[in-house]
Write a protein that binds this ligand. Structure first.
Ligand code: ERO
Length: 314
């Protein structure tokens, strides 16, 4: 009977045989890493966020995993957008869409990259990252609604590929509404909720020290700790955005039940970040198996049967 349960989904017009794939960030920067995702059970390949030029990123240590999750201040280490655009050719060997994450250091950089990407084939969609918390001196665009509108006007006028947006977490109801009002004015295909919770602080009590070097220890928080915030953002944008905009859930997913919760809140696909960093590409098959088992127990044949159907207490 298990063969009749499908995890397939559609994002930006592309079919994914599994709704589970990698978050941009961990283990998706080099050709080897991207190929490993290609060979795995992940439903898509998503690149590390690309800048105009390649970057070394911040000083190490810059990523630390704790019992409840991760803190990072990578500082956008990446090989530059041309590398990730060219990888689209290699990605054709795998039977899954290749998405490219873009995170220019300025609006001009983002626009330049988006225009150049129009010359490349086989990039199924672009995930425009408006939420990098770790570049010293650069605020997160997603927390400035006017700036978000401005960059989306520029990018949507030029993009050849479908555009999605990676959002930071929001915590206040008026902020959800303000961002949704911006997003509903543009022909975007998806939003990914959420990036890491920016500028948290993890400390080591024994050494009385911060645990990562950049920015005096401040960094983006991921993993278990952020799941309630991620679910709230998925749910709120699912209710506020036009139904033609898909929601991709990201945050605190380490097993099939976590993925189920994201889908119940409205996610059409679910990304795995901190747990992928821990476990490697095997997590996509394991979590898919756990999600399939849970769906079988509950009598669901596909994710549309329960997507978005979270109930209130009456
Ligand atoms: O530091 C980073 O490279 C980074 N870390 C995150 O948690 N989220 C990001 O979006 C990001 C860089 C774009």
């Amino acid at each position: 009977m298990s063969s009749s349960i499908s995890l397939s989904t559609k994002i930006a017009g592309s079919v994914l045989s599994s709704c589970l794939y990698n978050a941009s960030g961990p283990l998706c920067s080099t050709a080897e890493e991207l190929q490993a995702i290609g060979k795995s059970h992940a439903g898509a390949i998503l690149s590390k966020s690309a800048t105009l030029q390649k970057r070394q990123g911040n000083e190490e240590p810059r990523y630390v995993d704790t019992r409840w999750g991760s803190i990072n201040s990578m500082g956008l280490p990446n090989k530059g957008y041309e590398f990730y655009a060219q990888f689209a050719q290699t990605a054709q060997a795998y039977d899954k869409p290749y998405f490219m994450s873009v995170s220019g250091l300025s609006h001009e950089d983002n626009l330049h990259i988006i225009k150049e990407l129009a010359n490349f084939e086989n990039i199924a969609a672009i995930e425009l990252n408006l939420s990098c918390p770790n570049v010293p001196g650069k605020p997160q665009t997603g927390y400035d609604f006017d700036q978000s509108r401005y960059i989306l006007e520029l990018v949507c006028a030029q993009a050849k590929q479908p555009i999605g947006v990676k959002l930071p977490p929001y915590f206040d109801m008026p902020h959800f509404e303000m961002m949704a009002a911006v997003l509903n004015d543009f022909p975007i295909s998806f939003v990914t909720c959420i990036n890491s919770i920016g500028n948290g602080l993890v400390i080591d009590r024994d050494s009385e020290s911060v645990v990562i070097k950049p920015k005096h220890g401040f960094g983006g928080i991921g993993g278990d700790f952020i799941k309630p915030t991620a679910l709230a953002n998925v749910r709120k944008f699912y209710t506020l955005l036009d139904k033609k905009i898909s929601i991709i859930g990201c945050g605190g997913v380490k097993n099939g039940a976590d993925a189920f919760e994201h889908i119940l809140c409205g996610a059409s696909a679910v990304q795995i970040g901190t747990q992928f960093m821990r476990e490697g590409t095997g997590c996509f098959e394991r979590v898919a198996g756990e999600l399939t088992d849970l769906m079988r127990e509950k009598g669901y044949q596909n994710i549309e049967s329960f997507r978005g159907k979270l109930r209130d207490i009456t």
